[in-house]
Every structure is written in C-alpha cells, then in structure tokens.
Write a protein that binds this ligand. Structure first.
Ligand SMILES: Cc1cc2nc3c(=O)[nH]c(=O)nc-3n(C[C@H](O)[C@H](O)[C@H](O)COP(=O)(O)OP(=O)(O)OC[C@H]3O[C@@H](n4cnc5c(N)ncnc54)[C@H](O)[C@@H]3O)c2cc1C
Length: 360
C-alpha cells in the first residue's frame, strides 16, 4: 500500500495521479481536507518570469490547467471556480518604475499584455480609483478556488478506489525490513510499502523521520474576505498592485490579500494586519472599507532552505518520498508536479520538467 500524508493540494493531486495509474493509495489527514494552506490560498495561476527550470514547470502547468479543471469538474460533479477573465495590473504614481520594468520583462518573455490608460482600466473595472497612474491587462492569468479543487480531487481519489482518512495524524514512523511502520493518533499501526510526505508545515510533528527529510519554515499569508455585492460594479478581474491583490470569487466574495510574513506562525492575525491589508487596497478600490468583512483567513506557506520546491526520496529510507516547499505556488504547479511525482514514486522515473527539483 502507498500512503500519502496530508490532504492539501500536494497530497490530493498526487494521490489522484497514483489512483489513475491503478495503484492503491490511502491519504491520511490529521484534520480535514484542505485544512492547511490549501484551504485559504488565493489560488491564482500565473507563471513567474525568468529562464529557470521552475518557469518551465509553471508554463506547462498553465497549459494543462483548463483541461485539468474541466476533468476534475466532470469526474467530481463539483465546480472548482476556474476563472479566465485575466488580470489587471495596476500602478499608482510611486509604483510606475517597477510597473514598467515588470512589463518590459514580460515583453522579453513573450508574455502577452495590453497597456491601458487609467480611463480604459476604469471601463473594465468601474470601482477602481480615478487616481491610478497606469494599468495593464494580462489576458492569460487564471484562478481557481483552492478549497474546491481539493474537494474535487478528494472525490476523484475516492471514485478511483483510493481512501481518504480525515482526523488521522501520523505521529511516528519506524523503518523495519525494507518497510515503514506508521503510528497514528488513533492508536493504529500501519505497515506501508511506500510513504509520501505532503505535510506542508507538518513534518516536524512526526517522530522518527530520517534525517534527510527537509525541514520547512513558515511564511504566513493573511487575506480578508469581503462581500462585494454592495458595489454597483463588482470586480470581475483579478487585480494586482504593488502592495497586494484583489481576487473575485463565487457568491459575491472578494479576497483582499495578502501578507508575506516570514517566521510568523499564528493563525490568528491581529487587527494591525487587517488594517495593513485595508490600507494597501484602499488606494486601488476606494470603497473597500465600506464592504462587509466576512472573514479573516490565515495560512502558512511552507518553504525549505532557499525556498525552492523540494521533491524527492530519502537516501536513508528509500521507501519514504516527499513533496514539500510548495511556497506560494502549490496550486499553479500541481498538474505537472503530481503527474511527474506519481511516475517517480511508482516507477522511479525522474520527471522531464521536475528532475532539477527532485532529490534522488
Ligand atoms: C494566503 C495565501 C495565498 C496563497 N495564494 C496562492 C496562489 O495564489 N496560488 C498558488 O498556487 N498558491 C498559493 N498559495 C500557496 C498554496 O496555498 C500552497 O503552496 C499549497 O497550499 C501547499 O499545499 P500543501 O499540500 O503542500 O500544504 P497544506 O495545504 O498545508 O497541506 C498539508 C496537509 O498536511 C496535513 N498534515 C500535516 N502533518 C500531518 C501529519 N503528521 N499527519 C497527517 N496529516 C498531516 C495538514 O493538516 C494539511 O492538511 C497561497 C498560500 C497562502 C497562505
């Protein structure tokens, strides 16, 4: 039996790819599906710029996302909130230098965009401020609702014969005779053939891990969720500016994000963080403070070392694999990472795109 620990986007997308290849998989989750970072992610899908191996992963993932989202909706019968309206990049006067530098880099990488006057940006989104300095429309940016993607994946795993056990925390592991024996919080002892740690920030809660399993550090992200139905023209595009983003969701919800707080681990952010997010968003959408605040959400992006993705297999205990350090892009990259990691776990085959991030 293959056991995946963690029912976030990393664990569920991998478990589904394992099921699709007809292997038996069980996902163990200490809490509920998407209870970690995956449940609070803004989950926009936009590849970064540059000529790195990671950009190749992200570009390929972007190509796969439309079919991936459609497939998950078909197989689960659930909407995953896949949105194609594109992004408005907005600059205030102080941000102009950075804004033009960013557009120049986009042009060099053949990433499409259209430069807009403030007036034409306001035609697209009438609620944005008349005081913006410039704007650009990025037609290829997409987004999803992360929690719904996870719920659809969970259903897809179960429909394909896999098992998901919620409320089951792996507390310890032991390696004996080429196998791994897990202990869980409900007193079970589980003998597994292969184990994949997709634990986000949670690996440190498991005793007996081999020393070469990477340790994660946290970068907290806080979002406000407001009800944008009082607006005459609710936002329909993802809006990014140099201090944050605004992301429209189903049921008239609007996400106002986000913070990047290295080392902060509390999931109960104080009023100063809420004020910080309002202060950043108000110059872009002046009515933002008038909208009902529905919720403040917080999650921990997990990073290892330099922050790069870490996929791999323990050299000390080769039955133990890991998919860690997804940072701020676990959703974006999931269709590629899950596909290639499933091949690696089942057949030892290194992925074409992910091999530079796989420790073997
Ligand atoms: C505010 C915010 C905004 C973000 N925006 C975006 C975005 O726009 N686009 C994007 O692509 N990404 C975004 N991200 C990043 C994205 O959320 C993460 O990269 C992704 O969710 C990581 O997924 P994961 O499965 O590795 O971790 P998690 O979602 O944290 O899942 C790990 C799971 O493992 C479980 N677990 C841990 N330890 C154990 C144990 N011992 N036993 C059993 N279960 C265990 C946890 O309960 C948890 O459910 C954002 C993140 C935040 C916080």
């Amino acid at each position: 039996m293959i056991v995946v620990v963690g029912a976030g986007i990393a664990g569920l997308s991998l478990a589904y790819e394992i099921c699709r290849r007809s292997a038996t998989v069980t996902v163990l989750e200490s809490d509920t599906i998407a209870s970690g970072a995956s449940g609070v992610a803004t989950s926009y899908l936009e590849p970064r710029l540059g000529n790195t191996a990671m950009r190749a992963i992200e570009r390929e993932a972007m190509l796969r996302w439309p079919n991936y989202a459609e497939h998950l909706e078909n197989i689960s019968g659930l909407s995953v909130g896949f949105r194609r309206e594109g992004q408005l990049e907005i600059a205030l006067q102080d941000d102009l230098k950075k804004f033009h530098k960013d557009l120049k880099a986009r042009a060099e990488q053949n990433e499409p965009f259209e430069l807009l006057t403030p007036q034409s940006a306001q035609k697209l989104e009438p609620e944005i401020s008349g005081n913006i300095a410039s704007a650009a429309f990025l037609p290829n940016v997409r987004w999803v609702t992360g929690k719904k993607i996870c719920q659809a994946l969970a259903m897809a795993v179960e429909n394909a014969g896999g098992q998901i056990k919620q409320g089951v925390a792996v507390t310890a592991l032991e390696q004996t005779g080429g196998r791994v024996v897990l202990s869980t919080n409900d007193g079970s002892i589980i003998d597994v053939e292969k184990l994949v740690l997709c634990t986000g920030m949670g690996a440190a809660t498991i005793s007996g891990l081999p020393a070469d399993i990477p340790q994660s550090r946290a970068v907290r992200g806080v979002n406000l969720i407001v009800d944008q139905s009082p607006l005459t023209s609710p936002l329909t595009h993802l809006i990014k500016h140099h201090r944050g983003n605004l992301c429209p969701r189903e049921n008239s919800q609007l996400i106002v994000g986000t913070t990047y707080e290295a080392g902060e681990t509390s999931l109960d952010p104080g009023p100063e963080i809420v004020e910080f997010l309002y202060q950043n968003a108000a110059p872009i959408v002046p009515k933002i403070r008038d909208l009902p605040l529905l919720k403040v959400t917080a999650g921990l992006r997990s990073k290892v070392g330099d922050g790069n993705l870490r996929l791999g297999r323990s050299a000390i205990a080769p039955q133990i694999y890991y998919s860690l350090s997804h940072g701020g892009a676990g959703f974006l990259r999931a269709p590629v990472i899950a596909d290639e990691l499933a091949e690696f776990v089942l057949d030892g085959k290194l992925g074409t795109l992910t091999r530079h991030h796989t420790h073997n």
